[in-house]
Design a protein around this ligand. Structure first.
Ligand code: UDP
Length: 325
């Protein structure tokens, strides 16, 4: 199979590229390096079945040519990370909406299958856990920047489903829940790389709010296997799937303690009000747990990597040369 990965120099995209190459596929990566990094794909550049182009998905001639060459498109290029989204709302909305619009329009011309990487953020501040794919999405006010990300990804989903319904484009939507692993940077706000870096450097571990909010973390290797499984399965077309890990839900305060213990760090744990961490009026979601029966039923997905193992992978990454503390 020939696969185009938009955002292929990003954290998830680069792991996906590796997995596809290792099973014999041909991989094209398109990435503008806005949040991705060339370091993430340096080790793949010499591979005979790997090609990459540094450009944005919104540059139609380039994206059209790559889609033409590919059999399937994994559309991962997006503005991600709560910190980045709060700081750059215009870029977030434009990249996420216009980027996906461009990919779907061009893929539709050649009727190429597209997987849209969406996010558990679309469930918004719903408290109806675990979140099933058909559950209501609960967004906050438009004056609160965070929700622009959820809304932009929800629009992507609507558009993809519309292409499927109206134009019979084969699309699959994957909602990723708090994906973690080596190469994820803490720069855009993600909690585990931030906590691990802080702990290793002996800096305070910054818990936002009172730390009672909880999440379920998924290892990037589990996510990549699920993305490939969904694209390979014809029964996934036209549908939305959660990808996550329902084995362990942990509060952020407990996570800080776990990171501190596993790194044997002397860092103090510091509580920081949300207003200071992000912006005034910032709203967080109290719990986020995936309902996984749909993906289990279709492709036999089962998250394999437990939180402690995930933390060890991230700690190993940040203590290696690549992690550059
Ligand atoms: N968080 C934190 N300290 C940090 C970064 C994040 O306490 O340095 C919290 C954040 O407020 C949220 C949780 O950790 O409640 C997960 O944040 P992340 O941005 O990784 O993902 P989210 O689930 O918000 O998309």
């Amino acid at each position: 199979m020939k696969a185009l990965i938009t955002g292929g120099a990003g954290f998830v995209g680069s792991h996906l590229a590796e997995a596809l190459l290792s099973r014999g596929d041909e991989v094209y990566v398109l990435d503008d390096l806005s949040t991705g990094a060339i370091d993430n794909i340096d080790h793949l550049k010499a591979h005979p079945r790997f090609r990459y182009v540094i450009d944005t998905v919104m540059h139609e001639p380039v994206t059209a040519e790559l889609i033409d060459r590919a059999d399937v498109v994994f559309h991962l290029a997006a503005a991600v990370g709560v910190k980045l989204i709060v700081e750059s709302p215009v870029n977030t909305i434009e990249t996420n909406v216009h980027g996906t619009e461009t990919v779907l329009k061009l893929a539709n011309k050649k009727k190429k299958k597209v997987l849209i990487a969406s996010t558990s953020e679309v469930y918004g501040k719903s408290t109806n856990v675990p979140f099933g794919e058909d559950a209501d999405l609960v967004m906050g006010a438009t004056s609160k920047g965070r929700w622009s990300y959820a809304c932009s990804k929800a629009i992507d989903e609507f558009l993809a489903l519309a292409y499927h319904k109206e134009k019979h484009l084969p699309v699959v939507i994957a909602r990723l829940f708090n994906t973690v692993g080596p190469r994820q940077t803490g720069r855009y706000g993600m909690v585990i790389p931030n906590f691990v870096k802080q702990a290793l450097l002996g800096h305070p571990i910054t818990v936002f709010g009172d730390g009672s909010q909880s999440r379920c973390f998924t290892f990037v290797g589990d996510v990549v296997g699920a993305l490939i499984g969904l694209v390979d399965h014809p029964g996934a077309e036209g549908q939305v799937f959660n990808i996550g890990n329902d084995r362990e839900e942990i509060s952020i305060l407990e996570l800080a303690k776990r990171v501190k213990a596993r790194t044997k760090s002397k860092s103090e744990i510091q509580l920081i009000p949300y207003d200071e961490a992000y912006e005034a009026g910032f709203e967080d979601m109290p719990r986020r747990v995936p309902e996984l029966s749909k993906i289990r039923g279709l492709i036999g997905y089962e998250p394999q990597v437990h939180l402690d193992e995930i933390l060890d992978h991230v700690i190993a990454f940040f203590t290696s040369d690549k992690g550059r503390l």
